[in-house]
Design a binder for this molecule. Sequence first.
Ligand SMILES: *Cc1c(COP(=O)(O)O)cnc(C)c1O
Length: 361
Amino acid sequence: MTDPIRPQKGIMDIALYQGGSSHVAGISDAVKLSSNENPFGPSPKAKEAFQRAVHKLHRYPSTDHAALRQAIGEVHGLDPARIICGVGSDEIIHFLCQAYAGPKDEVVFTEHGFLMYRISAMAAGARPVAVRERDRTTDVDAILAACTRNTRLVFIANPNNPTGTMIGLPEIERLAAGLPQHAILVLDGAYAEYVEGYDGGAALATERPNVVITRTFSKIYGLGGLRIGWGYGPQAIIDVLNRIRGPFNLSNAQLDVAEAAVRDQDYVARCREDNSRMRAWLAEALAEKGVPSDTSTANFILARFADEDEAAACDQFLQGQGLIVRRVSSYGLPHCLRITIGDEASCRRVAHAIGQFKGRK
Ligand SMILES: *Cc1c(COP(=O)(O)O)cnc(C)c1O
């Protein structure tokens, strides 16, 4: 008798990732505020690069991503040899788990952390370990206490999704210094560009042998549909990740568009300023209507309601108005709704609708 076909242990325990929805039945002009996308889309220079890429469709892309790594290195002041590019930062997270965590190993993240950490850890056969946060904020002491001799990776999104909160560099340094020697600290900087002057932990990753950062073109760069991200860290770790990276993981279009986008930092600065302005406005407008949120450093706010029922009812009400926000029960926050900062008109619409919802009760 032969054994039945079955996947590796742990894979069937993975809950399928649910993306932010983009449709409401019966409404054609719905406003999507559920996936933290840049409401203005990418830089015009990135769009031009995409159009030019049509002439290269028959050519295989570069395997070493040299031009894109060079551009990222110049813009961020980093050694291009220590940069790796991936199909979204999701792929870098996946590489890290595949390369550094396996059966009996532990991958640590925070209780309201990004779902991909758990998924990638389980895909590698490792044990996901969720550590409690303090008031929806990363708690360095709790993470350090959760580390064991089996801990291989510690993932922190800073700013965090879906809470929007972040911790300062001194706290991150304390975490990096306090981890067991066999563990890597991964700083996910998907929203780092929204924080003026924050390097996403790049300086720390330059100095320390145990810190890797990940970044993405999906958020402030407005390129979520194209799937490009990158990581930076110690040469030894980047060399390991490159061994499991598919040689043609990024297409010509992805490489060329990302390069044009990263070189247009004026566009990034304008998006950051607009986001900060509308985020402050929206947080205050909701607070006035009795819906508090923690101070967000990202391109969304986490609106808190009395309980799960109220959050669900508000979500339903917003959908009826053609406004799509994100339920975050799967992140352990059933009483909250995550609302992406859209353009000014969208922010006004969502604030007005939440005011109506609160007023009618
Ligand atoms: C959106 C997001 C990412 C980006 O993922 P990509 O694969 O680069 O699109 C990574 N981490 C966090 C915490 C995010 O919210």
